[in-house]
Design a binder for this molecule. Structure first.
Ligand SMILES: NC(=O)c1ccc[n+]([C@@H]2O[C@H](COP(=O)([O-])OP(=O)(O)OC[C@H]3O[C@@H](n4cnc5c(N)ncnc54)[C@H](OP(=O)(O)O)[C@@H]3O)[C@@H](O)[C@H]2O)c1
Length: 281
């Protein structure tokens, strides 16, 4: 670990990748501040930390709300002195055919996964730029590189996060602030449970029922594949501690294979394979 990165804010630390990463980083000696929309949901993290003889700080913060971010972040900065790194992890998925989505559903997806990250970046960046050091790790997804059916809302929010990160990387390089994207494949967390199914996803008036059934069957076949989120935590730690971190970190064999396939295969062939795996072709 470098001496420079000490205090890390992780959004969405109540569960899954955020929770496991908070513990992993605390174990490695970082001062970790985890956020949740509801402080009570961080109890499990605090208990796990205590059980391992660690201390993790927690704060109630809603990335969907500018008022919440703008009131909590300055307090944290004055309490901890400096925030050396930000891990934009909070996020969820809206599931359903694009045709079935409402604008409200689509906006709620972007509010958390994209604008939430933007709010956090705005709140931490001025101090990082003036200090000429800092790290921002944005948790994207393999679905920030590949569009799968019925995930259009989620996929587009992660593509947006990827695009923003590309520009940020170039803008911040002269100021010693390094930006990375972590792109997990499928990991065992509460993500599936917390996914919101679009209200009209299964509307019989729409034409997708058969394809949705094939998708669900294929999804179930791959369930065993979900990895241990500690693997993502280790990659996040690497992005925070490496002297020269990479810009993109695909995590998991599924993510690496998918991204490599999209890059190397002729597009028509890649799409045929993707269609076969997702909806049976
Ligand atoms: N698991 C995977 O296979 C996978 C794969 C690729 C990418 N990812 C990404 O990894 C990140 C973490 O997901 P996870 O798998 O760990 O899922 P998770 O177990 O459901 O945890 C999600 C975390 O994000 C917060 N969150 C959920 N919905 C939110 C919303 N609408 N607004 C604000 N915060 C919200 C939750 O915090 P509170 O509810 O306590 O506020 C929770 O701590 C997400 O960005 C996800 O897109 C996950």
């Amino acid at each position: 670990m470098t001496n420079r990165i000490q205090t890390v804010v992780i959004t969405g630390a109540s569960s899954g990748i955020g929770r496991v990463s908070a513990l992993h980083l605390a174990e490695r000696g970082y001062t970790v501040i985890g956020t949740s929309r509801e402080l009570g949901r961080l109890e499990g993290l605090f208990d796990d930390a205590e059980g391992r003889g660690l201390r993790v700080f927690g704060v109630e913060l809603d990335v969907n709300s500018a008022r919440s971010v703008d009131s909590v972040m300055p307090e944290l900065i004055s309490q901890f002195g400096e925030i050396h790194a930000l891990v934009n992890n909070a996020g969820f998925g809206v599931w359903g055919p694009v045709e079935s989505l409402t604008m409200t559903e689509l906006k709620s997806q972007f509010e958390a996964n994209f604008f939430g990250a933007v709010r956090m970046i705005w709140a931490t960046l001025p101090e990082m730029v003036s200090r000429r050091s800092g790290r921002i790790v944005n948790i994207s997804s393999v679905l920030g590189r590949i569009g799968t059916p019925f995930n259009g809302a989620y996929v587009s929010s992660k593509y947006a996060l990827e695009g923003l990160s590309e520009s940020l990387r170039a803008e911040l390089r002269p100021f010693g602030v390094q930006v990375s994207l972590v792109e997990p494949g499928w990991f065992e967390t509460d993500f599936q449970k917390n996914q919101i199914r679009a209200a009209r996803a299964d509307d019989p008036a729409l034409a997708y029922a058969r394809h949705i059934r094939s998708y669900s069957e294929s999804h179930e076949r791959f369930e065993w594949f979900a990895g241990d989120p500690v693997r993502v935590a280790r990659v996040i730690e690497h992005a925070l501690s490496a002297r020269r971190p990479s810009f993109r970190y695909p995590v998991g064999a599924d993510a690496r294979a998918g991204i490599l396939g999209a890059r190397l295969l002729p597009e028509r062939l890649f799409h045929a394979l993707l269609d076969r795996v997702t909806t049976g072709g």
